[in-house]
Design a protein around this ligand. Structure first.
Ligand code: SF4
Length: 101
């Protein structure tokens, strides 16, 4: 339905298209080469299969920072699941060696 609409700001439209709902900020605004999978705020469910344990970066998850930001007191938990390989946003937080263990 929108295929004939003019895109006024192509670079903004690219960011919108690349950013799944549930990210704290635009995809690709974080450190070069980093993805949400490597971020301390990324929350994945328990890895179940052998394939998931061998390639955890392929298992989708949610941004916990986004959840905390938009979750109101007493409301049900809000999570928006997206691809762990999505390029990181500017709120990317590298786990410290203690947090990785
Ligand atoms: S980089 Fe981190 S803070 Fe940003 S959307 Fe991904 S998980 Fe959330």
């Amino acid at each position: 339905m929108t295929e004939h609409l003019t895109v006024v700001n192509p670079s903004l439209q690219e960011r919108i298209d690349a950013t799944p709902t549930g990210m704290m900020h635009w995809s690709g605004t974080g450190p070069a080469g980093k993805t949400c999978f490597g971020c301390l705020n990324f929350d994945q469910r328990k890895l179940r299969s052998k394939a998931e344990r061998e390639a955890p970066e392929t298992v989708n998850g949610a941004c916990d920072r986004w959840r905390r930001h938009f979750e109101g007191a007493g409301e049900p938990k809000r999570r928006r699941i997206f691809d762990a390989r999505t390029p990181a946003c500017s709120h990317f937080r590298e786990p410290s060696p203690q947090e990785e263990a």
